[in-house]
Design a protein around this ligand. Structure first.
Ligand code: FAD
Ligand code: N01
Length: 539
């Protein structure tokens, strides 16, 4: 593996991050004849899939969809082994893409960008890294990820703990063997729900510390049938075009035609039963048009899943603790699992309901709640991320003699289209707050963003423009629109990372744009066709 370790001091564009966003941005911007370099904190490509090596990690959007569409030869030649592929296979794919498009020569690994300061007199960003690089660049492209800053909660006593501890988003490269160990998992989000069944198979005893019960559906994962894949690939291009016209960037699920109230109880039962276990959270949420906007409709779907939990978990006291009752189904990321609820039927697994017995402290030997001390050889923090804004605000981004991005976003992030933020010229954000990103197939969202940024930079180059930034009024209108759309749904009601509720002190702002990737794409195309309405450009 070669590493672009020579330090160029002047570039057209710096890209922060070499996950799926940074890799594609590098590929596309090279095509404009720009000098570009990506800086990546990890030692390899893949982003999420480089860091999340925890047992059980896999995608929840089917692999034939959760993959790049920009190159037909790539999508034709790549063979996914499973419907929802596991992390090692997704990382293999990322490495294949890096090799196939010769990306590594312009990626500097093991390098964290610490600051980026824009000068309005030179129209250049000065970017500094933790390895002492100082780079001047006209454009700064933030591909730093919105689930890339792992968060270990401030639980007192952690420094005194004598056992091993891990965070799912910073998993060691060498597999961890939990055989014969007493393991504790803190959290029951998507990461935990994937990890728990696998670790339970190994550990002597697994204790799951749950603060908020979550909804999960059986994924129905299975090896991909070669005949199915052959047929799928024959119409890959049409399939991707169809996906572009859907809210989630995923084709193959007919959009709902009925409201829940228009169906009889028997019809609803049939609809949810047909979707249970067939895989895909989209299929489930697509049962009726109003599932994510109408409380009553949602409650019926939520109740269906609660019944399934009661039927699956033998110990009814444990089942009751596992019943989600603090949010509407789908308003937090709807998890997919492989035997999550079944795992609680194992003799070596126990559940601690932290609502009844909150954590008091981590001790030398394990973890103490208000009711008991749990001796643990290992603790796994499946406690999530400082999402959407964390990685961006971790970098000191500022304009010379002006406020920093941290100052500007102190009350919550504001952007135009999720792509630019007023007052920070020549800064482009991929999957930023105010974009559909996490509410869609993220690779589809990434491709749409990068293509739009590519076209903007082509326009800037052709027109001799030195500085491009969002107009503050247009940004304000976009923020209001994002809020209006969110407030017409049930999403903002949940205490999720979509509103920053998982980080104490983070302003409560609903960050994703939930009108759908299809509608968003039309808006972005329209902005470009209008000569970039809402952007201020200076020569
Ligand atoms: P990332 O993959 O997060 O890459 C960002 C990169 O930037 C990282 O490698 C990071 O090291 C680097 N970086 C950040 N800050 C700096 C800095 N200051 N200096 C240098 N480097 C920096 N989405 C889906 O649509 N479907 C799924 O099935 C799905 N599954 C997921 C499973 C897990 C476990 C997680 C955590 C997320 C999942 N997601 C999924 C969301 C996933 O993050 C995106 O799909 C996608 O991989 C994001 O790509 P990215 O390049 O934007 O960001
Ligand atoms: O993180 P999360 P995640 N004490 O924030 C708990 C994507 N993803 O890594 O709900 C006790 O969802 C917290 O409890 P509560 C996907 O987009 C996808 O699991 O805050 N518990 C919660 O249970 C996902 O949404 C896949 O009360 C504490 C958990 O930790 C996103 O990444 C797989 C706590 C955190 O859940 C993040 O998922 C994995 C504390 N102090 C990830 N602090 C796929 O399947 C936090 N918790 C594709």
């Amino acid at each position: 593996m070669t590493d672009a370790s020579t330090r160029t001091s002047r570039l057209d564009a710096v890209i922060v991050g070499a996950g799926f966003a940074g890799m594609y941005a590098l590929h596309k911007l090279r095509g404009l004849g720009l000098s570009v370099r990506a800086f990546e904190a990890g030692s390899g490509v893949g982003g999420t899939w480089y860091w999340n090596r925890y047992p059980g990690a896999r995608c929840d959007v089917e692999s034939l969809e959760y993959s790049y569409s920009f190159s037909d030869p790539l999508q034709q030649e790549w063979e996914w082994p499973e419907r929802f592929s596991a992390q090692p296979d997704i990382l293999k794919y990322a490495n294949h893409v890096a090799d196939r498009f010769d990306l590594r020569r312009d990626i500097q690994f093991n390098t964290r960008v610490k600051s980026a300061v824009f000068s309005r007199s030179s129209n250049l960003w000065t970017v500094q890294t933790d390895r002492g690089d100082v780079i001047e660049a006209r454009f700064c492209i933030m591909a730093s990820g919105n689930l890339s800053l792992p968060r270990v909660p401030d639980i007192q006593g952690i420094e005194s703990y004598k056992g091993e501890w891990y965070h799912t988003g910073q998993w060691p490269k060498t597999p961890v063997d939990f055989t014969g160990k007493r393991v504790g998992v803190i959290g029951t989000g998507s990461s935990a729900i994937q990890l728990i069944p696998v670790v339970a198979e190994q550990a002597k005893h697994l204790t799951v510390f749950q603060r908020t019960a979550n909804f999960s559906l059986p994924s129905g994962n299975e090896p991909l049938d070669p005949a199915f894949v052959r047929a799928f690939k024959q119409r890959y291009t049409e399939h991707r075009a169809e996906a572009d016209r859907t809210p989630f960037g995923i084709a193959g699920h007919p959009p709902p035609t009925k409201f829940s109230r228009e169906a009889t109880p028997q019809e609803r039962e049939q609809a949810y039963t047909a979707r249970w276990g067939t895989g895909g959270n989209i299929a489930f949420l697509y049962a009726y048009k109003d599932l994510l906007v109408d409380k009553e409709a949602n409650e019926i779907a939520s109740d269906f899943v609660r019944r399934k939990i009661r039927e699956t978990v033998k110990n009814q006291a444990v089942a009751e603790d596992l019943l989600p009752n603090d949010h509407y189904i789908g308003t937090k990321r709807l998890c997919l699992d492989l035997g999550y609820y079944e795992t609680f039927n194992r003799d070596n697994v126990s559940l601690v309901n932290l609502r009844k017995a909150p954590i008091e402290t981590i001790t030398e030997r394990g973890l103490r709640t208000t009711q008991a001390e749990h001796a643990l050889d290992a603790i796994i923090f499946a406690t999530g991320y400082d999402a959407m804004t964390g990685a961006l605000l971790d970098i000191d981004i500022r304009v010379e003699n002006g406020p920093s991005l941290r100052d500007k976003w102190a009350a919550g992030p504001t952007t135009y289209l999720g792509l630019l933020t007023a007052g920070f010229p020549n800064l482009l954000i991929i999957t930023g707050p105010g974009s559909p990103s996490v509410k869609s197939n993220m690779i589809a969202a990434i491709e749409q963003h990068v293509d739009w940024i590519h076209d903007l930079l082509a326009h800037v180059k052709a027109s001799g423009i030195a500085r491009v930034e969002a107009d503050p009024q247009s940004e304000q209108s976009w923020v209001s629109h994002v809020n209006d759309v969110a407030n017409s749904t049930l999403y903002p009601l949940a205490n999720s990372w979509y509103v920053g509720a998982n980080i104490p002190g983070k302003p409560r702002v609903f960050m994703p744009y939930v009108a759908g990737l299809d509608k968003y794409r039309v808006i972005c195309n329209d902005v470009a066709a209008s000569g970039y309405r809402g952007l201020v450009m200076e020569r």
